[in-house]
Design a protein around this ligand. Sequence first.
Ligand SMILES: Cc1cc2nc3c(=O)[nH]c(=O)nc-3n(C[C@H](O)[C@H](O)[C@H](O)COP(=O)(O)OP(=O)(O)OC[C@H]3O[C@@H](n4cnc5c(N)ncnc54)[C@H](O)[C@@H]3O)c2cc1C
Length: 396
Amino acid sequence: MQRIIILGGGVGGTLVANLLARKLHAEIDRGRVAVTVVDATGDHVYQPGFMYIAMGAEREQSLRRAERGLLDRRVELVVGDIVRIDESRRAVELGEGTRLIYDYLVVATGSRILPEAIAHFNEEAHHFYTPDAARRLRRALDAFTGGRIVIGIAGMPYKCPPAPLEVAFLIDSELRDRHLRDRTEMHFCSPIGRVFTIESVSEMATPVFVEKGIEVHTFFNVDEIDPEQKLVRSLEGEELPYDLLILVPPHKGAQCVIDSGLAPSSGWLPTDRETLQVKTAPDAPDGTKAPRFPNVYALGDATDLPLSKAGSTAHFEAPVVAERIAAQVRGVEPEATAGTYTGKVMCFFEIGGGKATVLQFDYNHPPRPPKPNRFWHLGKIVFNKTYWHTVPKGRV
Ligand SMILES: Cc1cc2nc3c(=O)[nH]c(=O)nc-3n(C[C@H](O)[C@H](O)[C@H](O)COP(=O)(O)OP(=O)(O)OC[C@H]3O[C@@H](n4cnc5c(N)ncnc54)[C@H](O)[C@@H]3O)c2cc1C
């Protein structure tokens, strides 16, 4: 019996499990292979919908489904807290003392937000990275009658890089519809020297900020929030007063991978950019490659790859992980193309006013976003609605 354990039942973990069940169905049915997903809640959550809760267009109930219902019947689901991975003994320890032994391990534990890492964040700043926070932001927007809105990013990397820009554009549209825009100053703060990490996307988005009258502040790394003066200060020494403050919270990888010594304090697992095998350490600055664990893979938000932390990234990584593990189980070489991740990502990007564009790229081809239009906006809406029947089940 060869045991494949997948940690995390989000986008990446669920898709890898279903693809493995499909590829190895004969081996599983004969009792030679077992595929197990371990997840803390047993619920699968569609996080991109959180932004639409904040925009008043989505309800939390539509964004949560039982993980069991999304998994192939050949996949076992264990609900429990992963506490530690002991790679030397090929064991995973769960909170209640259970130990699971593996031959192959897939780490798809995603990322977590740490608003508490910045003093006064929880009392003063809004965000949309949990359903509760998104509902709270919705209530604040409903009560808003004009003033200064500051939207910023309080730590990189974070999930869904376009999200804070999309929120700025969608709030601008909403305030125009509510005839409040001329009573509102909007400010967008970016920690780097442009509005978006990828240059071609920045070139597309910068004129949109200008057109919408949203003032951009570059090199604004959030340092502290002053609740008395209602000011947010940057490490670079800039101060911005706010009436409504919206900040992407700092993110880290899962605590269990840090505690297992597999990732540094950031929690992002050193990961091979093509094979998605976890490395014993990041590669050296001179390019010397660190050894890979042959049987441990990571995908999705959990990796340290310099790519968007996006469901789309996990979606395109999952077939590579499944191909490589299925080949190892059968003792053959993985198919070269199917077993190599090229850095493919595809994300919709809302511009407001019922328009969107799309970012499609890989390691060698930067995105060339098309002119925003209604088609891509509708594409995002349709994708959000059909997600449950497509991505986790491996149907696209
Ligand atoms: C507001 C918002 C908007 C977004 N918009 C988009 C978008 O438009 N497009 C896009 O592609 N992506 C978007 N994303 C990002 C996307 O949701 C994530 O990148 C994606 O879910 C990552 O998939 P994953 O499998 O790596 O992790 P996740 O889907 O987060 O799954 C991780 C799983 O691991 C489990 N887990 C973690 N730690 C433990 C533990 N110790 N014990 C047990 N279980 C554990 C969790 O319970 C969870 O089920 C958005 C995210 C947010 C928050």
